[in-house]
Design a protein around this ligand. Structure first.
Ligand SMILES: [Zn+2]
Ligand SMILES: [Zn+2]
Length: 327
């Protein structure tokens, strides 16, 4: 389907800067209507065949430039539940990349030139979001060491504690990307997204962008969600056992009970740059503007990759209840 302008017949797309639909021809943002596709993968506007890949759910007609949504890839089992719409416009994404990579490094003249930047694409990446109710049980022997001097003697006192912690955590929407093509490490680095800004899905948000439906199942990806939860569980325990000098005989078990799942689309700007026969990919988080990428190898060091933190998980936490055991 396409969104067509009622005033002039032009293609209407979602405009991140104004958070509205906008006609590419007349600039109007009032009246648009959905025009469903009659034949799959044939451009509704010009009739050209569109070379969609298997899991693509939206993209641009190479012949006339119209943004097409593949009706059958956003319906039934492929209908997304949630979406974070693009907030960063293409122009802003370009500026972020220039700031992050252009100014810090001596880069070839063609890098980030107006012409090469034309190829920058806004892509909605499919994610599964998992909810868990988790009970963590932890026990250990803890010590606290105190030393002092009295007269000409030095004293050391070691106190021993049986440490018990029982923590209940509700994880609300642990995100795992469900795209084979999108590098898992890159997507982890793109985080955090502000999941507080997530909305119910509406196809309008993907008009004007490329989009992919999930190409890995909920069950297939659950081990990755569980790994994230387990990492976060350990963080919670570490936070609540910080006062001890040592902790030995640690024993921890957690039951992560899956209580809900949703299919979501998250926005990423993708910029591919070809230099001396090699392809380099740069990414800008379409919501926050965070840049991830690697400068051409000839320029030396890689930049932009930051350590993977737990921030996203913390954001995903909801209704934390603590039951602290006795010391
Ligand atoms: Zn128009
Ligand atoms: Zn076309």
């Amino acid at each position: 389907m396409i969104y067509r302008c009622v005033n002039c017949g032009g293609n209407v797309v979602y405009e991140p800067q104004v958070k509205k639909m906008k006609c590419l021809s007349c600039g109007g943002n009032e009246c648009q209507e959905e025009q469903p596709s009659q034949t799959p993968d044939i451009c509704v506007n010009c009739g050209a065949q569109i070379p969609f890949k298997k899991f693509d759910s939206a993209g641009r007609c190479p012949a006339c430039g119209t943004y097409i949504i593949r009706d059958h890839m956003v319906a039934n089992q492929y209908k997304p539940d949630l979406i974070i719409p693009f907030k960063i416009s293409k122009r802003e994404a370009e500026n972020r990349l220039k700031d992050e990579f252009g100014k810090k490094l001596f880069l070839p003249g063609s890098f980030l030139s107006e012409k090469t930047l034309e190829g920058m694409r806004g892509v909605y990446v499919p994610f599964w979001m998992y909810d868990y109710n988790t009970n963590i049980n932890y026990s250990a022997i803890g010590t606290k060491v105190r030393t002092w001097t009295s007269g000409n003697r030095r004293y050391t006192e070691t106190s021993y504690f049986n440490v018990y912690r029982q923590i209940h955590v509700n994880y609300d929407g642990i995100p795992v990307d469900a795209s084979i093509e999108m590098d898992d490490a890159v997507m982890d680095l793109m985080e955090p997204y502000d999941y507080g800004q997530i909305l119910s899905h509406d196809n309008k948000f993907i008009s004007g962008f490329d989009s992919e439906t999930y190409n890995m199942s909920l069950g297939e990806l659950e081990p990755r969600a569980i790994r994230k939860v387990d990492r976060s569980n350990r963080e919670w325990i570490a936070q609540h056992t910080s006062g001890y000098t040592t902790l030995t005989k640690e024993n921890m078990n957690a039951d992560n009970r899956n209580v809900g799942n949703r299919f979501a689309l998250l926005p990423v700007w993708v910029y591919e740059y070809r230099y001396k026969g090699e392809n380099y990919k740069f990414y800008v988080n379409g919501e926050t503007g965070k840049c991830v990428g690697k400068a051409p190898r000839s320029m030396g060091k890689a930049v932009g990759f930051t350590a993977l933190l737990f921030g996203s998980l913390m954001l995903g936490l909801d209704g934390l209840a603590l039951v602290l055991g006795v010391l």
